[in-house]
Ligand binder design. Structure first.
Ligand code: ATP
Ligand code: MG
Length: 433
């Protein structure tokens, strides 16, 4: 038997109803904020991710599914490990930023070669949201406020804790990086192996090391906050002020650096203590430099255009849907919704009349889920009706047809009676639980 690939999961009917429920709530909240939906390819040029995410990140170093297709010359391609790079590519390519400030969302599978475990898979799903064109802190606060409403609507508001930090601007971060490297180089032998390696590749990531020995060394290390310029500080304070005014509580985590290179200024994570080490459910931040950076390497060049591009700033986040569902399952389980309200059973001799009845009912009662079984014996069909979870079974045989009636069976009480054929057309007689 050929089986699915490790870390790539089937989502079976007993789970898929929950996915649809979750996605509907998220889409609804996004709509209430006026965000628009965009659908993006799953495969992009590897180079897009390498340039956008950064060469010394976990994703690009070791997690990408990349390959070449059959084109000549062969182009390195990758299954997308995240959505922001593709979204930025698309808005540049289609000129969506010209004179506009699009607020976009997308949902779908992402791929990373990681060690599969609870809450961590090789194909997983994200909701991604990107707000383009505003450099002001209200854009950051709006995204966070929107996620706050999502937790409320999902029954998770008590489970989610907001952590904030500011990474400042690139030059500020560079100055900090030098100071951090200078400080840590002397104490190299006290660092864990990963952090030692990162000292030359991606030193900021050392800050979020989980090793106690490394964290001990960091206690007296230079602080990123001390390297922020006045503008970065003011921006960060205004984000906090907006959140405070909205009644959204948060914690400043000076070690929150995020794994991707493109962030500047605000970064944030929503974490929970209910999912073990897969604690981050939603993460994001500002990335004012990414659009310009990708434009300069082969996005559409707007130099010749008469209308200048107004602004390049952007802020966004991504939410892991598997982790959200695990959390919902742990704290506020979504009730199983039966796939069927009314089961129509028809004697094989008059089965066509049964199909006609069910079809007519579906036209007139859009609120009901109506199922039939194939034209086997009445007894076999009744068995299926029992298993279906339906609240009501309609039985049609020759007698019912002659009398223009139907027999109905209340599946809860087992009580059976005969009523006129149009009985179910009225919501007053029967409606969904
Ligand atoms: P982690 O630190 O857990 O590896 P990350 O920083 O790599 O997360 P992001 O790239 O910020 O994650 O992605 C945003 C969200 O997507 C995460 O907070 C998480 O909810 C989800 N996510 C990331 N990787 C996976 C994965 N392999 N399986 C399931 N969900 C994931
Ligand atoms: Mg990761």
């Amino acid at each position: 038997m050929i089986k699915a690939i490790k870390g790539f999961n089937d989502i079976l009917p007993d789970q898929s109803a929950k996915w649809l429920h979750l996605e509907a709530i998220l889409a609804d909240v996004l709509g209430r904020y006026g965000y628009e939906h965009i659908r993006l390819p799953i495969v992009e040029q590897t180079d897009l991710f390498a340039r956008a995410i950064g060469g010394a990140t976990d994703i690009v170093e070791k997690e990408m599914y990349s390959f070449t297709d059959k084109s000549e010359p062969p182009t390195p391609l990758a299954l997308r490990p995240e959505g922001t790079a593709g979204a930025v590519r698309a808005v540049i390519e289609h000129n969506l930023l010209r004179g506009d400030t699009p607020k976009l969302w997308y949902i779908g599978p992402m791929f990373r070669y990681e060690r599969p475990q609870k809450g961590r898979y090789r194909q997983f799903h994200q909701l991604g949201v990107e707000s383009f064109g505003s450099a002001l802190p209200d854009a950051d606060a709006e995204l966070i406020a929107m996620t706050h409403l999502m937790w409320q609507e999902l029954g998770l508001k008590d489970e989610m804790h907001l952590q904030l930090n500011s990474l400042g601007e690139l030059d500020e971060r560079h100055a900090y990086r030098e100071a951090l490297v200078a400080y840590l180089t002397d104490k190299q032998d006290q660092l864990d192996d990963d952090s030692k390696r990162r000292l030359t590749t991606n030193p900021l990531r050392i800050l979020d090391s989980k090793e106690a020995s490394t964290q001990a060394v960091l206690v007296d290390a230079p602080k990123l906050a001390d390297f922020l310029g006045a503008e970065s500080v003011a921006h960060f304070e205004q984000v906090q002020a907006y959140l405070t005014d909205l009644g959204i509580s948060f914690e400043i985590n000076p070690h929150l650096v995020r794994g991707l290179d493109y962030y500047n200024k605000t970064v944030f994570e929503w974490v929970t203590d209910k999912l073990g080490s897969q604690a981050t459910v939603c993460a994001g931040g500002r990335y004012d430099g990414l659009i310009g950076q990708l434009k300069s390497i082969g996005g559409r060049d707007d130099k010749d255009d008469k209308k200048p591009v107004k602004s390049e700033p952007a802020v966004g986040f991504a939410m892991g849907l598997e982790r959200l569902l695990l959390l919902m399952e742990a704290v506020a389980p979504i009730a199983d919704v039966p796939a069927c309200d009314v089961f129509v059973v028809a004697h094989p001799d008059v089965y066509s009349a049964g199909i006609g009845y069910a079809q007519n009912l579906r036209y007139s009662r859009a609120d009901l889920r109506i199922k039939m079984a194939s034209a086997t014996s009445l007894k076999a069909q009744m068995k299926k009706a029992d298993k279906s979870g339906a609240a009501l079974t309609v039985i049609i045989a020759q007698q019912e047809l002659d009398d223009h009636t139907i027999s109905i069976k209340d599946m809860q009480t087992g009580e059976q009676k005969t009523v006129m054929q149009d009985w179910l057309l009225s919501k007053e007689n029967f409606s969904r639980r």
